[in-house]
Design a protein around this ligand. Structure first.
Ligand code: PHE
Ligand code: ZN
Length: 876
């Protein structure tokens, strides 16, 4: 038999049709069993269309159907593509049906599956149809009543959305009944059953209501859940304080599971989390992990309003809930952790992966026009660029009008499924702004390039600032219209003072919305503009600053982004200016200006300094972000110049780093924002010392100090830094540290992921051999997405040097893994495929090798829709 080649069709945004029916009440009974779970589904439907002949079509995938009754009578149905069709139904009726599913076999982690012994569900975007037949679309909102009968072998915890109505034992099996008072789309349904430790607490809301909080974690891991519980309470409080939003149920539950495709999921009243974003304590998790737990807990909690109470009409509107919620979680982290750090992280996501996506064949507008597989659209464009768009609206209208408009939006559309257009109209009306041209941010893909230049008009004592913008064509759109953007500005005089000319509004930004614009400011001659403060628009800025001006801004500007960006710009220029010599592996000059700036920073560091900002300024940026400053990528030359830059900085300033190391000590091993800054800077010092010693033929000394660092701290941030340096710099202490780490943590999957990640991210070819070897490590598990992301995923997404090794072995290895994952978990497979799509930016030899691999992926039997969409788009 010859296999039929898979082709899949794209859906278009403009093809949206309102549903013919809606579901009113859904009553589900789950009789749980590892391999044979029975789902009984009783749903009342109501016809919405005037076409009385329109049949009821229910979505269902990979289900075994036992029977269907309409109003109590066995009904005839027709199998249609991914579902069933029932014709001649009345205007209001009840469907009762029963189907069987196999949670143990479900490795896609969509629908109902078993994760390390726990039953759990993932329904967004279209997983509910893998649980039972339904109108599985986000504009059908129903009330749910859920009965869960535990498996025969027993199970302590049975959870679903909303309130517990009843629990007990029936025929020796535990059961529980849950009712969610809020109508919701099927993608927000959740069920969890298993054995857990429970962290309990309460939160008293602003109207003095008591909410019961419960966090479910692995048995024996109670303490690792405490920070997440604190973060839940902080999120609830912050949403009240900043936006006046009060929690709306009597209980809020969060469950940590080990097998999860993404970060976490905002199911109404029952958030389900990848355990990475819950389980932390200082000995097992880094400061960054603590920071991320707080931010992701916030994100999912904030969805309760932006996503759950007001939901999406269709999946093309995904950014409506995600961008607004990312904006909200960023503001939360800014207010409760650190504003500059949060902003700098967000900007790095835009300038790294998001700019890469904009330049790739999968580039898409924040509101896409065509989608084949929705799982492919949980992207940095939809999430993070979307959040930058919300941030621009916030800049344009200011905090108080934004707050009013957000509340108007949530009130106006409460309980409804709406569109980005609804959101924009509501904001226009409420805040009194015209966003018509601004809407292009939602319709045009691609990164705008903004060029700035300025001259001085002596006669009028005017600084004349000229801005131009241009956006490269993307596959879907050849012509781009100018974007409407706020450009935050300030001016620095020669003494480093801020000067505010009369022409600049007190908000400190100008509107730039044409291809070319000129602005005049009355200023003294040697004053110059500081452009795009706080990264006020997600663009690539090209401004002709001299090195002296960059140094001047770095010293005197009060904007965190500008400070760090001056250092970044100096680094970029060094790499660009030296690329040809680097390509020939020649001798590169010293980065003198950067070293001078760094020296003055290092000379003045003390306990009072803003250590987080200093650390961010001193960091040498990643090769991945450097790559995004080029159109065509010469990976070998970029790597060579990057390493030369880092080594030269490290060697020139080795005394300063030695001075710094150990000088600023964390007050304890616990997480706090202050100690995070202290540890970060100390660890940067360690890294630079190790790099310098290696370059100075003192590798033994490097090994010694790194080994002592590893053994001298109980804190995982410190240990991981030492392990990374030992492995990446191939120090003598490498195998001893790896052995000790394996001995301490091999039983602890989340922590042990680091063992895989560190070895997969060695920035040279040896990483490929490491990955090959570790694929057969006894604790490698291709069904655990965290493990896959820590090994193959790290090679693909965090190690451009090894992945693109000229031998082609990186590509072959990745594609072999993708082929295996295609059957196991297409969503994870499609994600780690991403870097290969941009093959046209590489040299011809690499292009050819990737092309071969992509072509053979296309030949794969049972090619998943996720991979088909990405590869076929790239090959077009
Ligand atoms: N909606 C989730 C979030 O961003 C992401 C997610 C999507 C999780 C699909 C699982 C599956 O908060
Ligand atoms: Zn989200």
């Amino acid at each position: 038999m010859t296999e039929k080649r898979n082709t899949y069709k794209a859906q278009k945004r403009t093809d949206y049709k309102a549903p013919n029916f809606t579901a009113v009440d859904i009553d589900l009974t789950f009789t749980l069993d590892d391999t044979h779970t029975i789902v009984k589904n009783v749903t009342t439907f109501k016809r919405l269309t005037s076409d009385t002949k329109a049949p009821l079509v229910l979505n269902g995938e990979d289900l075994k159907l036992n029977y269907v009754k309409v109003d109590g009578i066995e009904a005839k149905y027709k199998d249609v593509k991914n579902g069933i069709e029932i014709s001649s139904v009345p205007d209001e009726f009840t469907v009762e049906l029963e189907n069987v599913i196999n949670p143990s076999e479900n490795s896609s982690l969509m629908g109902l599956y078993k994760s390390n012994g726990t039953f759990c569900t993932q329904c967004e975007p279209e997983g509910f149809r893998r649980i039972t037949y339904s109108l599985d679309r986000s504009d059908v909102l129903a009330k749910y009543r859920v009965t869960i009968i535990g498996p025969e072998y027993g199970c302590g915890v049975l959870l679903s959305n909303g309130n517990l109505i009843e629990r007990g034992t029936r025929k020796n099996r535990p059961y529980a009944v849950w009712e969610d008072p809020f109508p919701k789309p099927s993608y927000l349904f959740a069920l969890v059953a298993g054995t857990f430790d429970i962290v309990s607490d309460t939160f008293t809301t602003m109207s003095r209501r008591k909410v019961a909080l419960e966090l479910y974690v692995d048995r024996g891991s109670y303490d690792r859940g405490l920070w997440a519980m604190q973060s839940i309470k902080d999120s609830m409080k912050w949403d009240e304080d900043r936006w006046g939003l009060e929690f709306d149920l009597d209980n809020f539950k969060v469950v940590a599971v080990d097998f999860f495709n993404f970060g976490a999921m905002e199911n109404k009243g029952l958030n389900v989390f990848n355990s990475v974003y819950v389980m932390v304590d200082p000995t097992c998790a880094t400061d960054t992990a603590f920071y991320n737990v707080q931010s992701v807990i916030g994100h999912e909690y904030f969805h309760n309003y932006t996503g759950d109470r007001v939901t999406l009409r269709d999946w093309f509107q995904l950014s409506l809930k995600e961008s607004l919620t990312v904006f909200r979680d960023q503001e939360f982290s800014s207010d409760v952790a650190n504003r500059a750090l949060t902003r700098l992280h967000a900007i790095n996501v835009i300038r790294g992966p998001q700019f890469a996506e904009d330049a790739s064949p999968m580039a898409h507008p924040v509101r896409p026009e065509e989608v084949m597989e929705m799982n492919n659209f949980y992207t940095v464009t939809i999430y993070d660029k979307g959040a930058e768009i919300i941030r621009m609206i916030h800049t344009l209208i200011g905090e108080s009008r934004f707050k009013k408009a957000l509340n108007d939006y949530l009130r106006k559309f409460d309980g409804q499924a709406v569109t980005i257009e609804d959101f924009l109209c509501c904001f226009e009306e409420s805040a009194g702004v015209d966003l018509s041209q601004f809407r292009r941010w939602y319709t045009q893909a691609g990164t705008p390039h903004v060029k700035a230049s300025w001259t001085y008009d002596e006669a009028n004592k005017n600084l004349v600032l000229k801005l131009t913008q241009h956006t490269n064509p993307t596959r879907d759109q050849k012509e781009k219209e100018p974007f409407y953007m706020p450009i935050r500005l300030s001016f620095l005089d020669k003494d480093g003072h801020d000067v505010h000319p009369a022409e600049l509004s007190s908000d400190g930004f100008i509107i730039f919305n044409e291809n070319e614009q000129e602005y005049r400011f009355t200023l003294d001659k040697d004053t110059f503009p500081v452009i795009l403060r706080d990264f006020s628009a997600p663009v690539k800025l090209d401004a002709p600053y001299t090195m002296e001006q960059l140094q001047h801004m770095l010293s005197f500007c009060d904007d965190a982004f500008i400070k760090v960006d001056c250092a970044t710009t100096m680094q970029n220029r060094y790499v660009h200016d030296n690329l040809e010599i680097a390509a020939a592996e020649g001798v590169l000059r010293e980065p003198a200006e950067l070293i001078a700036s760094y020296k003055s920073i290092l000379d003045s560091v003390d306990a009072q300094s803003d250590l987080i900002l200093i650390n961010e300024t001193l960091k040498i940026q990643s090769i991945a972000n450097l790559m995004e400053t080029f159109d065509k990528i010469n990976i070998d030359a970029i790597k060579y110049a990057h390493d030369a830059l880092e080594t030269k900085v490290a060697v020139s300033l080795v005394n300063e780093f030695v001075q710094l190391y150990g000088k600023i000590k964390a007050s304890s091993s616990n997480y706090s924002v202050t100690d995070m800054g202290r540890r970060a800077l100390n660890n940067l010092a360690l890294h630079m010392i190790a790099v310098a010693k290696c370059a100075m033929d003192k590798k033994t000394e490097a090994s010694e100090i790194v080994f002592n660092h590893y053994n001298g701290s109980k804190n995982m941030t410190d240990k991981l830094q030492a392990m990374t340096d030992a492995v990446h710099l191939d120090l003598d202490c490498k195998s001893e540290i790896l052995k000790s780490f394996e001995k301490d943590w091999s039983k602890d999957a989340l922590v042990f992921d680091n063992f895989f990640r560190v070895q997969a991210t060695v920035p040279n070819k040896s990483a490929i051999d490491n990955v090959k070897k570790l694929l057969s490590h006894p604790s490698f598990d291709g069904r655990n997405p965290n493990r896959v992301r820590a090994l193959t995923g790290a090679l693909a997404l965090s190690n451009p040097v090894a992945l693109n090794d000229i031998s082609g072995e990186g590509y072959d290895l990745l594609c072999k893994q993708i082929t295996e994952l295609n059957d196991i978990n297409p969503s994870v497979a499609a994600r780690i495929l991403t870097p290969l799509l941009s093959f046209r930016r590489l040299d011809e030899k690499r292009q050819g090798m990737i092309l071969n691999n992509l072509n053979s992926l296309m030949q794969m039997p049972k090619l998943s829709r996720s991979i088909y969409e990405k590869v076929s788009t790239a090959l077009k």
